[in-house]
Design a protein around this ligand. Structure first.
Ligand SMILES: [Zn+2]
Length: 283
């Protein structure tokens, strides 16, 4: 994700090298996503453009990435939809602060779940379901032409992200389920339709390796998955359950919980369970 700031922090520079052909970039300026671009080729080194003055210790060379840039007719104001965006932000390298303002820097990685949400919000603002002829009549042909590229770009970006998430989850579940004997680790429900492969370190925060690691999670029924996913329960390094104080002790039974529950954690799943307890659990 790009931002119009002046901070030339080293790791942002390095991230320029990771950009690949076909990547999408959301362009963020002063509280709004104003454009989407599609990367045409990987980076190359170029001298700094003359119109950008060189400051003290900065290098005269930079990285250049060529993109096709599509300005949105209606920019997306982040603060307006922040309650929907915030749960999808990673804890590390988030493009936005807790008050919905942007963090300084540019080219923030955007996880697929966040991508899907941003596309959905942008599409709501910029794509109208009204009759094409009526649109042409009212707004003229210029804007119709603009929609001709924006609509497929949004659709393709959304489909790619959704496919990646779906296939990733599917593989994760297939590999994780047998580790838990194909039943809920807490209540032993074994009806496949009711079971969920629950990430300990969530997708948005995980690296590609962590997303594919079947040790990064627990097989749980829908009820226990929802409790775990939303941080109402967690497991420590010993696999012992911790229950959030927002669930009253007298209600434990209703939720299918009791204080002595334990999961069979392994040495490899331990760091993931601890990460979840530290960052997701609502004490
Ligand atoms: Zn259960």
């Amino acid at each position: 994700m790009q931002q119009d700031s002046i901070g030339n922090v080293h790791h942002f520079w390095e991230r320029m090298k990771e950009v690949c052909e076909g990547d999408r970039i959301f362009h963020y300026v002063r509280g709004e996503i104003v454009a989407i671009s599609v990367v045409k080729s990987g980076y190359r080194e170029e001298p700094r453009p003359a119109e950008i003055p060189l400051l003290g210790s900065e290098h005269a060379k930079g990285y250049l990435v060529e993109v096709d840039y599509y300005e949105l007719e209606k920019p997306l104001t982040i603060a307006d939809s922040f309650n929907e965006i915030q749960p999808l932000l990673p804890i590390k390298y988030s493009p936005f602060q807790d008050n919905a303002n942007g963090n300084q820097g540019y080219l923030y990685p955007c996880n697929e779940e966040l991508t899907i949400k941003l596309i959905e919000l942008i599409a709501d603002l910029n794509i109208y379901e009204i009759d094409e002829e009526q649109l042409e009549f009212v707004m003229g042909t210029v804007q119709k032409t603009e929609h001709d590229f924006l609509t497929p770009l949004l659709a393709e970006t959304e489909t790619e992200a959704k496919t990646k998430v779906r296939l990733g989850h599917q593989r994760f579940r297939n590999e994780l389920s047998p580790l838990w004997h194909n039943q809920c680790a807490l209540c032993e429900i074994d009806l496949p339709e009711l079971l969920q492969a629950s990430y300990a370190k969530p997708w948005k925060d995980s690296t590609t390796n962590e997303r594919n690691d079947p040790n990064n999670g627990i097989l749980l029924c829908r009820n226990h998955d929802a409790l775990y996913h939303n941080g109402f329960i967690a497991f420590d390094g010993q696999g012992k359950i911790h229950i959030s104080s927002s669930i009253l002790i007298e209600d434990y039974e209703k939720y299918g919980l009791h204080g002595k529950m334990k999961v069979n954690r392994t040495e490899t799943s331990k760091p993931y369970l601890k990460w979840h307890k530290k960052h997701v659990f609502k004490e």
